[in-house]
Design a protein around this ligand. Structure first.
Ligand code: AMP
Length: 469
């Protein structure tokens, strides 16, 4: 028996192992041969430390090639990889360690790889089938305890194959990798596509304009969160020529504003391909490689994904079933039961609709829905109206406590303008109950590491805005 995910990835490495896998920021290369050597010795070190199949191997560190070696070594010996956000505080980490009980916790992967050179290398992978656990990803939950999504070899392997095909990866591609690797986007989506095609990656520790602009000259595919694209657009050096070598720009992990999509097309002549995913299912929908990419839509469900809208209305909570959808939250049977329907669909918590053509449109998280005077208000609709106005860069619409209405609509806007005039302009397009009762202007919005706007932070910050109403 083979080791499903490990073999799928490693068998796809190029025949010429001297090919660079990672091109480092300073220009040095790490070849596929180097990567394989690292996986073998780290596998030996993990075994020497008593890691057995099913044990968890945790990593909290800055992005590094050695961290990737640790990931693939964990797979090789049948262990379960547990990446932790490098921004977590010691007390947050203490919770994850107590919950997941890893056998090994690595905080300095470079030192770990150096130490592993004394261990007997392991080149043969432990057999693992589709239902065996490959990784636990703790969701970045903003309320309550963080949940560990259990992703199996089958979940990750099926998604890797689907994306590699959907996005047309070939060995000649060069992937610009500037994402963190503690999250599904940088860890699974990006790395798996690169490994399955045996291609080279331009490996950047994080997004920095100058480095990205320079790496783009050699890259053919870029994967990013929307803030990468807004930052590129804010840089005058990002021109049509600068993007010329790239065949595909992909965006996800947070909504890509139609205004960004359009500005990007104007600047480069290229249309960003937006896709939608989450820790619990990796990628669920994607705009097409060939065919029209539409601003504001996250595209079609990937092959094998069943997607439906719960609640019987046109717009409602998106439910999904498919080969990449996780089976359970780690040690949380109750939570798992609550978030699956009786017929086995995962309730994503994202509100959206699917049009007659099959395209999916997301209007926000269910928990961000505003109920004002008994009426449902979907923030996205108001945000789109605001984003079209002169002076508005981006907006976040939230519901805040209000004596009469229960919640009232408020907008926090990056940009400047006249509050009363903008409210009046909104009223021309929107019903009164949807129109913001206040607009607050700010320089920036609070975001997490993946660029998602943290509306819970805004709700706390402006909780008293309507106290005098
Ligand atoms: P995470 O599990 O941290 O990857 O977060 C997943 C959540 O990110 C999803 O449930 C969505 O709310 C959001 N998300 C990811 N991709 C998109 C997208 N293209 N458009 C809108 N929201 C997205």
């Amino acid at each position: 028996m083979s080791n499903l995910l490990h073999d799928l990835l490693v068998d796809a490495f190029p025949a010429d192992k001297a090919k660079p896998c990672f091109v480092m920021k300073d220009g040095g290369d790490v070849t596929y041969a180097d990567l394989l050597r690292g996986i073998s010795s780290v596998s030996g070190q993990l075994l020497a430390e008593g890691v057995t199949p099913g044990d968890r191997v945790a990593l909290q560190a800055e992005k590094s090639v050695e961290g990737v070696m640790l990931y693939l070594a964990a797979l090789r010996i049948g262990a379960v990889f547990l990446p932790l956000n490098s921004a977590y505080t010691p007390s947050e980490v203490a919770y994850f360690l107590a919950d997941a009980e890893p056998r090994v916790f690595v905080t300095d992967p470079k030192a770990y790889v150096a130490r592993s050179r004394g261990a007997a290398p392991v080149t043969v992978a432990v057999p693992r089938g589709p239902n065996d656990l490959a990784s636990i990803i703790y969701t970045s939950g903003t309320t309550g305890r963080s949940k560990g999504a259990m992703l199996s070899h089958g979940n990750l392997a099926s998604n890797a194959v689907a994306l590699h095909k959907a996005w047309g990866f070939t060995p000649d591609d060069v992937l610009l990798h500037a994402l963190p690797v503690f999250h599904v986007h940088g860890l699974f989506v990006a790395l798996h596509c690169a490994f399955l095609s045996g291609c080279t990656m331009m490996w950047l520790p994080k997004f920095a304009d100058a480095e990205v602009l320079s790496a783009l000259k050699r890259s053919t595919v870029m994967m990013g969160v929307p803030t990468f694209y807004t930052r590129l657009l804010a840089n005058e050096g990002f021109t049509r020529e600068a993007a010329h070598n790239v065949r595909l720009f992909i965006s996800g992990s947070a909504p890509l504003l139609p205004t960004t999509f359009e500005a990007f097309e104007q600047r480069t002549g290229q249309r960003i391909l937006e896709r939608y995913g989450m820790s619990e299912a990796v990628i669920i929908t994607s705009n097409p490689l060939e065919g029209e990419r539409i601003a504001g839509s996250v595209g079609y469900p990937l092959p094998g994904v069943e997607l439906r809208i719960g609640g019987g209305e046109e717009t409602g909570v998106i439910e999904i079933k498919g080969p990449s959808v996780f089976s359970a939250y780690w040690r949380m049977p109750e939570k798992t039961r609550e978030e699956f329907t009786p017929d086995g669909f995962f309730i994503t918590g994202d509100v959206g609709r699917q049009d007659a053509d099959g395209r999916v449109w997301i209007s926000g998280r269910a928990k961000d829905l505003i109920i004002s005077g008994g009426y449902n208000v979907y923030p996205k609709e108001i945000e789109l109206a605001l984003d079209e106005m002169a002076g508005v860069v981006e907006s976040a619409v939230i519901g805040l406590p209000h004596r009469d209405f229960g919640e009232a609509v408020a907008a926090v806007v990056i940009g400047e303008g006249d509050e009363a005039a903008m409210i009046a302009a909104c009223r021309e397009k929107l019903a009164a109950f949807k129109t913001p009762k206040r607009i607050v202007f700010v320089e920036d919005l609070p975001r997490n590491a993946m660029g998602k706007v943290q509306k819970n932070v805004l709700r706390e910050r402006y909780a008293g805005l309507f106290d005098d109403r």
